[in-house]
Design a protein around this ligand. Sequence first.
Ligand code: ATP
Ligand code: MG
Length: 478
Amino acid sequence: MEASSSVWSGLNSGVVLSLIAVLWTVVWQNLQHLQLQQTFGRHMSRHARRLAAMVDPYLSLTIAEYDGGRMRRSDAYEEVKAYLRGACSRDARHLRAEGGKDANKLVLSMADREEVADDFQGARVWWLAYSKSPPRNDGFPWWGAAAQEDRRFYQLFFLERHRELVLGAYLPRVRQMGRDAMLQNRQRKLFTNISTSQWSHVVFEHPKTFATLAMDPAKKKEIMDDLDMFKAGKEYHARVGKAWKRGYLLYGPPGTGKSAMIAAMANYLDYDIYDIELTSVHSNSDLRKLFIETKSKSIIVIEDIDCSLDLSGSRKNKEETAEDKKDGSTPAGDKAEKKKADTSSKVTLSGLLNFIDGLWSACGAERLIVFTTNHVEKLDPALVRRGRMDKHIEMSYCGFEAFKFLANTYLGVVSHELFDDIRELLQEVNMTPADVAENLTRKSVDDDAHSCLASLVRELQEAKKMANGENGQDEQDG
Ligand SMILES: Nc1ncnc2c1ncn2[C@@H]1O[C@H](COP(=O)(O)OP(=O)(O)OP(=O)(O)O)[C@@H](O)[C@H]1O
Ligand SMILES: [Mg+2]
């Protein structure tokens, strides 16, 4: 009897337990149906963790999107974000998405207040994403619109007994894996300053490479070797105590490929480009802010440097400029005059020099600074001295070597009866590589290598006649 009652009560408790289990499953499925399961589960796990923390305390570590107030985006934050991409696409319920390298895919990250777990060498940790509105006065009133954006954070929870493991091994691994993931998904960007101190970007997809840039092959090789040395120069720069940056000055007439060279450099090095429009930068401190926001592995470009600012400072006063305009001695309709007319920029030469090699220049690493100009003679020597602009590259009119390169690229021709004529003409006539390339482009199906080369010869002869005519006219006028 006793045995049968205990079996009975055993059976009863079995039934009750099964009923509870069934009820729980029904409630759980409904919760899931209502999409509340995740939240509920999360609350449960958070409460469970809090309870557990009473016997085995949890520690937390916060990684903010911006280091040093709001001045610079934190590398660690980006690395954690990239590292968590896999975990969050697998486990998180609420996601944020951005466009990625692949036009058809989105790059995912955790939405606010999402939490994902991660395991490392037997230790379980949790990552929580959250954001906060910025305080009214964040101490950086000059930061402009960026100061209004929410501040984002990742918070890592782990058990106190895993402190050493997490800090010493897990986090370095997270950062390394995050960096690797960022490299894989990296889309190169072309940034420009839309306002006085804010960058905006598009995806950088310029097709120009060194393989399609016509210039003397020896000169091209020298530049590529220089870039290789720079890219591999981390240890060298640390050893000699120099900031890991290099200045290039590209100068030469319009259409000789200065901008094309910058695109080729970016493609060769796999760097981003920051194209600073100096005339929209109001002050030196705005320039500094833009500079601080640039990332490593980038080329910072200031095109037409002579036109963007009155860099000559006291060497050229306003009356002189007015005189120049009256007698037309500055090139009429020149980019310089157009730019200066509508600029309210207060960026000074010393501000720019500070940006190139003052104390601020060492923040960040692996950056090229490239200036371009059509009038190298107008630049202040302080700006272009070696050490600031380490390498001066003249982009010149098309020489015979550059022509041969173009003939091979466009027509697949390495020698031709017209080559000798072209060599002579190119010595007498200035023609940009862009114009030579235009002549070597087939315009119809009937065009062949000979007709293209003949058209180039005709154009060069025309240009020679014009030049001789003008010289003759000048001599008569003289
Ligand atoms: N050396 C070159 N090899 C191949 N293409 C070239 C070369 N130089 C110029 N081009 C082509 O000619 C066009 C104009 O060149 P680019 O804009 O680079 O000239 P630039 O020197 O920057 O002129 P500007 O001084 O007016 O800014 C581009 O389409 C470029 O691809
Ligand atoms: Mg250009």
